[in-house]
Structure formats: structure tokens, C-alpha cells
Design a protein around this ligand. Structure first.
Ligand SMILES: Nc1ncnc2c1ncn2[C@@H]1O[C@H](COP(=O)(O)OP(=O)(O)O)[C@@H](O)[C@H]1O
Ligand SMILES: [Mg+2]
Length: 370
């Protein structure tokens, strides 16, 4: 009998079309335990589910599918653990007034452009949704609204009339709701107009977009620390900010400025993400620290904030961005995707820590329940 691999079982489960199970989101990391002895398979999988439990019917469907596709198996011991992401709520009167149905708002910011801020915003948003959270994403980067491209979105949001004025429906993509300033602002408009347009548009995105209930609303901010950025940061009631940098000194100087800007307006900095940290040569597996090593980590220490993790340089990340397919979706089992997933979990943990401080409650990152 040919060996059955983890991937084969995963493929079988991914094909299940069960509304109660998000099996299409499973990755190799979801398999916690796997052993095959002769014709007996023992497997343990964790599956994100909003309710935190798996229905018996769904469980049986999974076992049946494995039996059907792998008929050589005599015994199947399937253990399913449902992971319910616990989302704590940021208590803030300003946020409750502007975005009553949104639990948390996270800014992804950087001191300078081109460091991968949008890449991080997109992949973290999709990763949160994979974990079962309800996620919205606002592309607020007036200088280069690139998120529709990165998510392969071509359509414009629907606009419709209601009693309380015109409303806009966000565009759905990879399980998240998206609005981009690129939908509204002509990309040939001179930059000088963009400041007032930006804060006007952001206010509109918060007031006139029908977001529905959201666990996280992520903002891809314009890079830099000028007046426009400062105005935006004060317009949006933020739970916290994530700062993206690359490891080299010139980028770190600007990351430091970004952190100070958030401190000045009393927005908690959730931590620092170091992008393009190193390169692993695909042929030799050797690691190259192209931009130097450990800059983000050192900066986090210096500024007493959390180091949320690092993401290597990889052609697939860039290709994913250009093709409109985020790596976290397309290639979830790669090291790069795992790094982004880790960063996402660290961000959630930081959000929960902030919220527990403001509410006096302690929440945990992921709750298991059988
Ligand atoms: N870790 C990475 N590996 C390879 N390419 C990357 C990585 N992060 C970002 N890129 C690419 O670098 C370019 C700039 O990234 P982007 O997210 O648009 O930066 P920013 O929003 O900070 O300007 C994009 O083409 C993107 O696909
Ligand atoms: Mg960008």
C-alpha cells in the first residue's frame, strides 16, 4: 500500500463544502498530529470556527470523505479541535460613536514607502479572516493605493441611497471587506489636493460604508510622519498601530519617527514588523542578511515595544502582490506564510493585552474547546 501523506488528507478535506467548516482554509500547520500504521490512520486537526465547536454531522462528513478517497484505510481516528479566536473589544467612546460595530481598529504604518506596509496589511488582514475573524481593510495610502491590485479587485464598491444619505458597500475579497482611497481619488490628482481629500475620504469610509459587524478594521496608512499622516491618525479612533520597517539603518530612522508620532497622539504601538529581513537562496538554502540583521528587534528593544516578527524576502511574496493573490492564501504552508501567521497572532495578543488593560479583563489569544 502506498503511503498516504498529510497533503493528500488535507486535499480531501479542503474539497468538503460544509458551511460549518472552513476546511478550504486548512494548511499543513493545521495538522497537529499524524500517524499512519499499516491501514490505521490517526490524525488530529485544528479548525477555526466562529462558534468554537464542530457539529457531529460535519465531523462525520470529514471521516466519510477520508474513507471514500483512501479506501485502503481500515481504521480512521480523527480528532478535531476547533479553535475559536477570542476577540476582545477596544473600549473607546470615540470609536463606539464612529464605528459602533467594529471591535478593534489597527493602523499599519511605516516611516517610509516601499518597506512592505501594504503587503503586511493585506496578508495580516487575510490571516485574521482565516482564523475566523470578521475583517475589514481600508486602503488609506493616498500616495499609492495599491491594495485593490494586491487583492486582485477590479470592481468598484456599490453606492446606494438610504434615508440617512448615500452609503457604500465594501468589496469582498479573500474573506475580507475592502475599501480603497483609490476607488475615490483620481490617481492623476496632484498630491497637494490629497491631504484634505484623504481625511475627508477616511471620515467617509468610517461613516458611510456599511461595514457590518467587524472584529478588526485594518488601515493601510500613507507612509511617513507629516501633517497628512498626523491628521489621519487623529481622525481614526485607533486600538493600536503596527509599524513595518526593513532592517537597514535608513529605514529604522524613519520607523523611529513613526513610533514617536503615535506616542505623541497617544495611540498604543502594538509592535514592529521587520520585512525583507533575510533571503534564503532556494538552491542552497543559505541565508543572506541583505539589509543587515536584527535591526527591527534592536529597535523594538530601544523603543520598548514588542517585536512582532520578521518576514523574509521572497519572490513569491512580490509575485503574489502583483498577481492579486496574497501569499497567505496562495501558499499557506510556506515558511513566509507561517511567519505572517505568527505575526498576526502576536498582533492579536497585543490587542488583547491592551484591551484587557482598559477593561480589567484578561483574555487569551486562542481558546480551545472540544
Ligand atoms: N518580503 C517580501 N519579499 C519580496 N517582495 C516583497 C516583500 N514585501 C514586499 N515586497 C514587494 O515590495 C514592493 C513594495 O511593497 P509594498 O507592500 O507595496 O510596500 P509599501 O506599502 O510599504 O510601499 C511590492 O512589490 C511588494 O510585492
Ligand atoms: Mg503601500
Amino acid at each position: 500500500m502506498a503511503d498516504i501523506t498529510k497533503s493528500e488528507i488535507l486535499n480531501t478535506l479542503k474539497k468538503l463544502n460544509d458551511p460549518n467548516l472552513k476546511t478550504d482554509h486548512l494548511t499543513l500547520n493545521s495538522i497537529k498530529d499524524f500517524s499512519l500504521e499499516k491501514d490505521s490512520l490517526k490524525i488530529e486537526i485544528s479548525i477555526p470556527s466562529a462558534e468554537g465547536r464542530i457539529e457531529k454531522k460535519s465531523y462525520e462528513k470529514m471521516v466519510d470523505a477520508i474513507k471514500r478517497e483512501h479506501s485502503s484505510l481500515k481504521e480512521i481516528h480523527l480528532n478535531v479541535q476547533s479553535i475559536k479566536p477570542i476577540v476582545s473589544t477596544h473600549q473607546d467612546p470615540k470609536k463606539d460613536k464612529l464605528l459602533p460595530e467594529v471591535k478593534n481598529t489597527i493602523a499599519v504604518a511605516s516611516g517610509k514607502g516601499g518597506v512592505g506596509k501594504s503587503t503586511v496589511a493585506v496578508n495580516v488582514a487575510v490571516a485574521l479572516a482565516k482564523d475566523g475573524a470578521k475583517v475589514g481593510l481600508i486602503d488609506a495610502d493616498i500616495y499609492g493605493p495599491s491594495i485593490p491590485l494586491m487583492l486582485g479587485v477590479q470592481q468598484k464598491p456599490k453606492v446606494f441611497k438610504t434615508e440617512s444619505g448615500m452609503k457604500m458597500e465594501p468589496v469582498l475579497s479573500y474573506g475580507i471587506k475592502l475599501i480603497s482611497i483609490g476607488f475615490l481619488v483620481d490617481d492623476k490628482a496632484p498630491v497637494i489636493w490629497r491631504g484634505p481629500m484623504a481625511s475627508g475620504a477616511i471620515k467617509q469610509f468610517m461613516a458611510d460604508v456599511v461595514w457590518g459587524e467587524l472584529d478588526y478594521l485594518v488601515f493601510d496608512m500613507p507612509p511617513g510622519t507629516g501633517d497628512i499622516q498626523l491628521t489621519l491618525v487623529q481622525t481614526v479612533p485607533l486600538t493600536g498601530a503596527v509599524i513595518v520597517t526593513t532592517p537597514q539603518e535608513v529605514a529604522l530612522i524613519d520607523a523611529r519617527k513613526a513610533l514617536k508620532m503615535f506616542n505623541r497622539v497617544n495611540v498604543p504601538v502594538l509592535g514592529i514588523v521587520e520585512n525583507m529581513s533575510y533571503f534564503i537562496a532556494p538552491d542552497t538554502g543559505n541565508r543572506y542578511d541583505i539589509f543587515g540583521a536584527g535591526g527591527g528587534e534592536k529597535l523594538s528593544e530601544e523603543l520598548q515595544t514588542t517585536f512582532l516578527g520578521s518576514i523574509p524576502i521572497d519572490a513569491r511574496i512580490r509575485e503574489g502582490g502583483d498577481k492579486g493573490v496574497p501569499i497567505i492564501h496562495d501558499d499557506p504552508d510556506t515558511k513566509h506564510a507561517a511567519a505572517i501567521m505568527d505575526i498576526t497572532h502576536n498582533i492579536v495578543e497585543q490587542v488583547n493585552i491592551r484591551n484587557s488593560k482598559s477593561t480589567g479583563k484578561v483574555e487569551i489569544l486562542l481558546g480551545n474547546n472540544d
